[in-house]
Design a binder for this molecule. Structure first.
Ligand SMILES: Nc1nc2c(c(=O)[nH]1)N=C([C@H](O)[C@@H](O)CO)CN2
Length: 117
């Protein structure tokens, strides 16, 4: 299966277990590998046959910016539900990073794989 790739989509969100994290947004980064048959779009050269990565990024950015979660596990799960429910991809591998979470690390994060039911 082909994939549409999105790397380091940057969104500010309310995410964390501590009070200070509930009072101010902080950056999260998202990598998304979206399983999708790209042959029809390659043959037609028509965006209507494609999984439009701009629309995915726009929707996920608005969703993440509007949420409040304590755990990255919960935010990651919610993002995969939005993408699978609203776009034609069959599977998503999502990596969600929280770069400001732990000092002396480049970032921490989570990776999950979810399929359309
Ligand atoms: N598995 C997880 N561990 C931790 C999380 C999380 O979301 N998932 N969150 C925190 C804190 O919010 C941290 O990011 C900020 O101090 C700690 N551990």
């Amino acid at each position: 299966m082909d994939k549409i790739l999105i790397r380091k989509l940057q969104v500010d969100a309310i995410i964390g277990i501590h009070d200070y994290e509930k009072q101010q947004k902080q950056p999260v980064w998202l990598d998304m590998d979206l399983s999708f048959d790209c042959l029809p779009a390659a043959q037609s050269d028509d965006i209507r046959d494609a999984l439009d990565y701009f629309k995915v990024c726009e929707r996920v950015s608005h969703f993440v910016a509007s949420t409040r979660y304590e755990l990255i596990e919960a935010l990651a799960e919610a993002v995969t539900e939005v993408v699978l429910n609203e776009f034609a991809c069959e599977q998503i591998e999502l990596t969600l990073y929280k770069p400001n979470a732990v000092a002396n690390t480049e970032t921490v994060g989570i990776q999950i794989n979810r399929w359309k039911q």
